[in-house]
Design a protein around this ligand. Structure first.
Ligand SMILES: Nc1ncnc2c1ncn2[C@@H]1O[C@H](COP(=O)(O)OP(=O)(O)OP(=O)(O)O)[C@@H](O)[C@H]1O
Length: 747
């Protein structure tokens, strides 16, 4: 088999590109023969792959194989990832395999990015302007907040409590199921959306009517603003490809990563793109489906087997990541779900120390233990492990405060993964608002943010006047203030003409520079100078220097986005699409940037704190999972307790399988929830497997004997960093000295 593969790789079809493929890569491809890489590309394939089984490697190798062996045109291949980060990772690996020119032709990105790419070019076919703005969740919430206001009395009088965030997530849920506002209008005998907002059937109907109206008006507002929210990108994508199949005719094969977390609309999108070829490869792990709350549909795997003919299924059950005992424990957790597709995992790695299961009186003791244990392990590993090798994975963000405090106390550098996102920061949104307005004058959220930022003396009353006058005249608020400025229409009351002068001048100057092709980084620099933004931050923000650094970071991001422009796949061989300007590309990259996309150089010298959801796809040598308690794992929110229970089981499984060499599960007998101390029981997912033989857990910390260290070195491929005994002794002595000193300080 391997010989055949070598022969075929050397065939006439591939000889032209063969010179770019080193022997090591061919060896990798040969190793992957049985993993789905070489499965014929003209038929659908499902690769069910367990954690740590090298899914990215399989997908990238399969794409390379299609190009190198089957001579497929790279521009006829579509590869979909769950995050931008995964897309970048795949792109970098593919460049090594097939070269940059070919990779740039592959349509590679998230579903959102791929839809945005085609909608920019062909959006007019589905009623869009090419300069639509992508509305982020914060802006959606502002729109819904405004729409909710007129209903507040009615809702209060009917004892219905609902806020904008809940409505936004209900709208998103409806959209991801493909439901329009008309579909959610209550009808006789129809099933209502389940919401904690209401208690009785009649209030439920009232609530649903309000919801349908707000959903309808939200859609109208977005269209008026020439804007799409994240769900719209997918819905309009489906509309584009289904109504105009010629726009997807280029696709000979679509490959989808993390298939278990696709929702109904994403599935439909995949089918539309594959309409002509019917060739799809999906890679996924039903055991790692953790985005049900975002409408991910685990049943898509079964649906695909019905919708496509002759779907082959391959299981990847070798885990390359974790020590044997970590796998055994993780499998025991997930195997309690008897309804799952039976799948096992094995590894060539040794068993290693058993995962530790430990109980503490309170969350403070638990956090102190984690901090102590990190320092101890680093010392006892003689420095082979560093802070960046540790992760604390949480069910809720809220638990992080105690952990962060404990780490800080011990001087342990840490970072919150996927915490407050870079593009959600106020200073970044301020700058983006100006640029959005330059690109799309109809985008009202950007206008409302920029007009009085920095302050120009335009308060809420004046802003309200501007917005309502613009609405009456059927023009955008920006056009209105430009016309007032140019004395084409009379001033408002209170007078705004003088106040908007500098604003209009800034926008016009930026617009003219953007039209002349000025790069986004320079546009930002120009904007900062024109509005004297640094001075504004100094006057208004105590932490202005950090915020100013963030703004500088945005300039770096903008120049990187420009440099990466060659990564944007070409649609239809037309490289100079009129709809695609450098500014638009930069704005799109900012809006589609997702959790964990930005990372700093020294991040790998810090302990990572992350939610279990944000940890998806990542790995660390040592993982702590605190609060493994009933009320956390599982935490019931909806009526469907059975489904929720399984979802939490999978979440715990995902968390445990992030660990490479050491896993710690901790729990407390008392934990403060909303300021009240409550007694807690060990999670049933663990208590039911605690007494298994041979045991799955130890109650002792990992000793890091010399054998343990060898194992760590082997799994992490750090043989060259094996410490000598003297170094271990030196570090342990230092740790004891520091410990004694802090005990003395306490006394
Ligand atoms: N064929 C292989 N041989 C050796 N190591 C591998 C191989 N494939 C992957 N690895 C290594 O195994 C680890 C897990 O790989 P990867 O993160 O791609 O797995 P995954 O299937 O995406 O896992 P998960 O679904 O849990 O996120 C990585 O450290 C990777 O470098």
């Amino acid at each position: 088999m391997a010989e055949n593969l070598l022969k075929s790789l050397n065939s006439a079809q591939t000889r032209c590109v063969f010179h770019v493929v080193p022997c090591s890569i061919i060896r990798v491809l040969i190793c992957l023969v049985r993993t789905g890489v070489t499965h014929r590309p003209d038929s659908p394939l499902q690769i069910l792959a367990g954690p740590g089984s090298g899914k990215t490697k399989v997908l990238t190798s399969r794409i390379a194989y299609m190009i190198l062996h089957h001579g497929m045109d790279p521009s006829s291949i579509c590869a979909v990832t769950f995050t931008n980060k995964a897309a970048n990772e795949m792109r970098a690996r593919l460049v090594k395999l097939v070269g940059k020119d070919s990779v740039n032709k592959v349509k590679l990105g998230t579903f959102h990015a791929i839809c945005a790419l085609f909608l920019r070019k062909y959006g007019t076919s589905v009623g869009l302007d090419g300069n639509f703005t992508i509305c982020d969740s914060d802006e959606s919430k502002r729109i819904v907040t405004k729409l909710l206001k007129p209903y507040s009395d009615f809702l209060a009088s009917n004892d219905i409590q609902v806020n904008a965030a809940t409505l936004c997530s209900l709208i998103s849920r409806a959209k991801s199921k493909g439901e329009t506002p008309e579909d959610v209008i209550p009808r006789k005998g129809s099933r209502h959306i389940s919401s904690k907002a209401t208690s009785s059937k009649s209030t439920n109907e009232d609530f649903q009517r309000v919801f349908a109206e707000i959903y309808r008006d939200y859609e109208k507002t977005l269209r008026k603003n020439n804007s799409l929210d994240f769900d719209d990108l997918l819905l309009f994508g489906v509309r584009l490809f289904s109504q105009h199949p010629r726009y997807a005719a280029w696709c000979q094969h679509i490959l989808v990563d993390e298939f278990q977390d696709t929702n109904a609309v994403q599935y439909e999108l995949m089918c539309c793109i594959a309409a002509a070829s019917r060739c799809v490869t999906v890679v996924g792990d039903p055991d790692q489906s953790i985005y049900g709350w975002r409408s991910a549909d685990i049943t898509n795997l079964g649906k695909m087997r019905n919708d496509f003919a002759n779907v082959a299924q391959i299981m990847l059950e070798q885990n390359y990541r974790s020590a044997g005992s970590i796998l055994a424990t993780s499998l025991a957790i997930i195997s309690q779900d008897t309804s799952r597709i039976a799948k096992t995992l094995h590894t060539d790695h040794p068993l290693g120390p058993l995962p530790m299961l430990s109980s503490f009186p309170t969350e403070h003791d638990e956090a102190a233990f984690i901090a102590w244990e990190i320092n101890r392990m680093i010392a006892q590993s003689g420095g082979m492990l560093g802070f960046g090798d540790f992760a604390v994975l949480l069910r809720f963000n809220a638990i992080s405060r105690t952990i962060e405090n404990a780490l800080r106390k011990e001087g342990i550098p840490n970072r919150m993964l996927g915490g407050h996102q870079f593009f959600e920061r106020a200073e970044i949104k301020d700058i983006l608002a100006y640029l959005q307005l330059v690109d799309n004058p109809h985008f009202e959220p950007a206008f409302s943010r920029a007009i009085n930022n920095p302050s120009r003396g335009i308060g809420d009353k004046s802003l309200g006047e501007i917005l309502s006058r613009a609405q009456t005249l059927g023009i955008s608020p920006l056009t209105l203030v430009e016309r007032i400025h140019d004395s084409i229409i009379p001033d408002l009351k209170p007078s705004v003409k003088r106040k908007v002068q500098s604003f209009v001048n800034v926008i016009r100057s930026l617009r003219s520079s953007a039209t002349d092709g000025m790069e986004p980084a320079q546009l930002i620099a120009k904007l900062l100078e024109r509005i004297d933004y640094q001075e504004h931050l100094k006057k208004s923000q105590p932490d202005w220097d950090t915020r100013w650094e963030n703004v500088q970071e945005l300039i770096s991001f903008a120049s990187d986005a420009t440099a990466d422009a060659s990564n944007v796949p070409v649609v239809d061989g037309d490289e100079s699409s009129l709809q695609d300007t450098p500014l638009r590309r930069f704005l799109q990259a900012s809006m589609l940037s997702s959790a964990g996309d930005q990372s700093n150089e020294n991040d790998n010298e810090k302990v990572s704190i992350a939610t279990c959801h944000a940890a998806k796809g990542l790995e660390w040598p040592v993982v702590f999972v605190p609060a493994v308690e009933h009320g956390t794992f599982p935490f019931y929110r909806s009526d469907d307790i059975h489904e929720e229970r399984q979802a939490f089981q999978r979440l715990l499984y995902v968390a445990c399988t992030r660990a490479q060499t050491s896993l710690y599960l901790t729990h407390t007998s008392n934990r403060k929830v909303a300021g009240v101390s409550k007694s807690r029981d060990l999670s049933e997912f663990i208590s039911k497997i605690c007494s298994k033989h041979p045991p799955l857990f130890s109650d002792m910390p990992h000793t890091h004997s010399i054998q343990d260290l060898r194992l760590v070195a082997r799994i992490l491929d750090r043989g060259s960093r094996m410490p000598d005994e003297l170094e271990v002794k030196r570090r342990m002595t230092m740790l004891c000295v520091v410990c004694l000193k802090s005990l003395e300080d306490c006394n």
